[in-house]
Design a binder for this molecule. Structure first.
Ligand SMILES: [Zn+2]
Length: 341
């Protein structure tokens, strides 16, 4: 029996074909309609339905480029299953270059949403009903917030969720955070329906960081191979290693002032190490920002201006710190080798 077409927002996509669909989401004040752009690739052969989405936070644009490159992969002609690619979920925020919606809500705190709620709640509800609920697996693409950058990392529930765990490990970036589910996030909603889901966090908002984009494209492909959606890679690559952090915390600014960072993203640090120094504009009253744990710097502020208590360095803790350090080093050298090729 022939495989059925895939249907999204009223469009039917026959097997072995692809389609771009503009899903109407709302109108601007001007009455101009606004759409969530979606591309569906419906394979000839049956398989999982993977949703890959970016910019649920409108200024986190590395994911937009990851999706664009994904859609150009020649291997998609041999896709098994269905890929739903959504480069920009929060179209309002993307246009305004902001994380939020026009009502200042965070779309990733609005799930599952409601048809009769506020704008955020309605957008979440529409995205969920028209798109998310069709997926059997989800990869949600993020970056650090504005002026903050993240070492490529995956956030996923790593306990009692073997399918999620396998996806997180397959993604192949050095650090996995067994991060708690944020209330109202897409990840929480998907996990509540037993849909395996991971969040990829890499780079900075409003930037294109190649070291975050290239591993993201490879990560999604690795997940698709794991799920049997793409043919196995016959080229011989060293298996990617990832270490699961057992917790993380932020080192904060001890005073108001100007930051001179010392630690770099990906650095291994020991409790008490100096991560940076904060002083007033004259260089008086200087204080050190100290690591509050042994670990790896997985996120940091790129803005040298800090108020007291400002989160400056995100340090992840590991049971096997040596292995985590090696995973980061292997990841960096692998990226550099590929750049030279
Ligand atoms: Zn985000």
């Amino acid at each position: 029996m022939a495989r059925a077409p895939f249907e999204l927002a009223g469009t039917r996509i026959p097997p072995g074909s692809r389609a771009q669909i503009d899903v109407p989401v709302a109108k601007l004040y001007t009455h101009a309609p606004l759409h969530i752009p979606v591309e569906v690739v419906h394979g000839r052969q049956p398989g999982p339905v993977l949703l890959v989405c970016g910019a649920i936070h409108g200024d986190e644009i590395n994911g937009v480029e990851i999706v664009r490159r994904m859609l150009r992969l020649a291997s998609l002609s041999r896709l098994r299953g269905t890929l739903i690619a959504v480069p920009i979920v929060n179209v309002f925020g993307f246009v305004q270059q902001t994380r939020y919606l026009p009502d200042r809500r965070d779309l990733n705190r609005c799930f599952p949403g409601s048809e009769v709620g506020s704008l955020g709640s309605r957008v979440a509800s529409l995205f969920r009903e028209q798109i998310v609920d069709l997926a059997t697996h989800i990869v949600d693409l993020h970056t650090g917030a504005i002026h903050r950058t993240n070492l490529p990392q995956v956030r996923a529930q790593m306990k009692e969720r073997p399918a999620t765990q396998a996806m997180a490990e397959a993604f192949g970036v050095p650090v996995i955070l067994n991060a708690e589910l944020r209330e109202g996030s897409l990840r929480e909603y998907a996990q509540s329906r037993d849909v395996p889901v991971l969040t990829y966090e890499a780079g900075e908002a409003l930037r294109f960081d190649e070291w975050a984009i290239a591993p993201g494209v490879r990560g999604v492909q690795r997940v698709m191979r794991l799920l049997g959606m793409l043919p196995a890679d016959r080229r011989r690559h060293a298996p990617a290693v990832a270490e699961v952090a057992n917790g993380s915390s932020w080192a904060r600014s001890p005073i108001d002032g100007i930051l001179r960072p010392r630690a770099r993203l990906g650095a291994r640090v020991a409790r008490g190490d100096i991560l940076g120094r904060v002083a007033d504009p004259f260089g008086n009253a200087e204080q050190e920002v100290l690591a509050n744990a042994d670990g790896i710097v997985i996120g940091m502020s790129n803005l040298p201006l800090a108020n007291e208590g400002e989160a400056l360095f995100h340090v992840a803790r590991f049971d096997e710190i040596e292995e985590a350090e090696n995973a980061v080093e292997t990841f960096h050298s692998d990226f550099e080798t590929r750049q030279e090729l």
